[in-house]
Design a protein around this ligand. Structure first.
Ligand code: 4AD
Ligand code: MG
Length: 429
């Protein structure tokens, strides 16, 4: 019977099979120590020359790194072995002998590893990141599912530019043109008017021509949208959501965070309440530190890092200049130059994780903004309908999955937070 390595504790003294790959091995004349991995963990398989057939011994000698193998034997406890258990091998079946494996335990350059991403995923560190990513997705979705949000999937092909026209991926669409979606938001607004509380979760695309450690051209975003919720409700929701997601990962992914050597003390501080400061206050922090920041412009990566350094947990920045924000954001009734938007900046230099806002719900105002932003009016008629038929105040936000994974795992670059990253200079593997 084939068992998973991480279930070994239930099979002590029993004969089982481990089906996996050779991670590493050492041998003396009489003994072979094969470290096997099966995706669930690592286990040492011990082969005694005297206790096995010549064929099995020969396989143990011949087997190379990443060869696929099925080992039969008895499980015993062995505190010194990775995972705490060992397999006393009775026979080995070689499924495929691997060619010389390109990724060895020595250090490799990042471009080499990225070119071999399809193989690099087999390493311990990448396992840990992928597991944390999986847990974050579960936590995010559970949070919303448990609160009666409905998942509504937006399209990927769209005629609408949601987040500005400079980062659109354009594609030919039966004689006309379509874009790959930058955000599901506009569709979630329609869904919120139908179902009240909704969210989308899927890939989004931006032709980011910048080579930074925070930008991908294809990234996953989770976007909740709620009818009858204002910007303050939006900030409360973001805060509650983020606190719960981080707590869940700390609870479930202790082992993975250890592999990643993540200092979890900073994550443990992610509790209520997050500081809430205005754009003006954030700008003042930068000016006081003499960073050369120009009031009225957007914060760059370094600005975000400097602002974050003043706080020990994620910081929410609200009341943004309308000029640097998207067309759909509602103006602040107390200051027409500002919009009711919020960005959440992560601690430790991981940058903007969340962008959210209250949406413009007045038909004439919204039509004016669409014109001002030079957007194709005919493609926004359907969106304007949402303001014609029972318009209500509503708000939502988008959280970038890869930035969140990068932050929680403590990664220096967002490229490791997604299985197969897409960036300006990378389309393979
Ligand atoms: O701030 P953004 O552009 O907001 C929106 O797209 C809104 N329509 C969301 C909404 O209100 N429903 O993007 C949201 C988040 C960012 O804060 C960031 O975490 C992530 O998406 N993001 C990126 N992540 C990786 N690579 C990129 N190029 C990203 N651009 C945005
Ligand atoms: Mg943003």
């Amino acid at each position: 019977m084939i068992i998973s390595i991480n279930k070994a504790s239930g099979y002590v003294g029993k004969e089982v099979q481990i089906a996996g790959w050779l991670y590493n091995k050492r041998s003396s004349g009489k003994l072979q120590f094969l470290i096997l991995r099966d995706g669930s963990g690592l286990m040492q398989a011990v082969v005694f020359k005297k206790g096995v057939s010549e064929e099995t011994w020969g396989i143990g000698e011949e087997i190379t790194q990443e060869s696929s193998v099925i080992a039969t034997g008895t499980i015993s406890e062995e505190p010194r072995s990775p995972g705490g258990f060992e397999l006393q091998v009775t026979s080995l079946e070689l499924v495929q002998k691997a060619e010389e494996y390109p990724i060895s335990p020595k250090e490799h350059g990042i471009e080499f590893l990225m070119d071999n991403r399809h193989l690099w995923l087999r390493s311990k560190r990448q396992h840990a990141i992928l597991r944390v990513r999986h847990q974050i997705i579960r936590a995010m979705r559970d949070y919303l599912d448990d609160r009666d949000f409905t998942l509504v999937d937006p399209p990927i092909f769209t005629p609408n530019a949601c987040e500005g026209t400079s980062t659109l991926f354009e594609t030919e669409y039966f004689g006309s043109k379509a874009y790959l979606t930058q955000s599901g938001q506009l569709y979630e607004e329609a869904a919120a008017m139908a179902l009240g509380k909704v969210y989308s979760f899927g890939p989004t695309f931006r032709a980011e021509k910048s080579k930074t450690r925070r930008h991908l051209t294809e990234f996953w975003m989770l976007e909740p949208e709620v009818a009858y919720m204002d910007i303050n409700g939006d900030m409360d929701l973001i805060e509650d959501f983020m606190v719960e997601v981080v707590a869940r990962v700390l609870d479930k992914c202790g082992e993975e965070l250890k592999v990643l050597e993540r200092d979890t003390s900073t994550l443990e501080k992610v509790t209520k309440s997050f500081p809430r400061i205005s754009y003006d206050e954030a700008a003042k922090i930068l000016q006081d530190k003499g960073t050369g920041f120009e009031y009225g412009s957007d914060f760059g990566g370094t600005d975000e890092t400097v602002i974050a350094e003043s706080f020990d947990r994620p910081v929410m920045i609200h009341s943004w200049p309308a000029d640097i924000k998207a067309f759909y954001m509602k103006r602040d009734p107390n200051d027409n130059s500002k919009v009711l938007a919020v960005d959440v900046i992560a601690p430790e230099g991981h940058g903007e994780l969340v962008g959210g806002s209250q949406r413009e719900d007045n038909l004439d105002e919204l039509r004016k903004r669409i014109k001002e932003h030079d957007l194709s009016e005919k493609h926004f008629e359907w969106y304007l309908d949402l303001r014609r038929y029972g318009s209500v105040p509503h708000s939502g936000f988008g959280i970038g999955l890869e930035r969140t994974v990068g932050w929680i795992c403590g990664l220096k670059h967002v490229r490791e937070s997604i299985p197969f990253p897409r960036m300006m200079h990378r389309l393979t593997p």
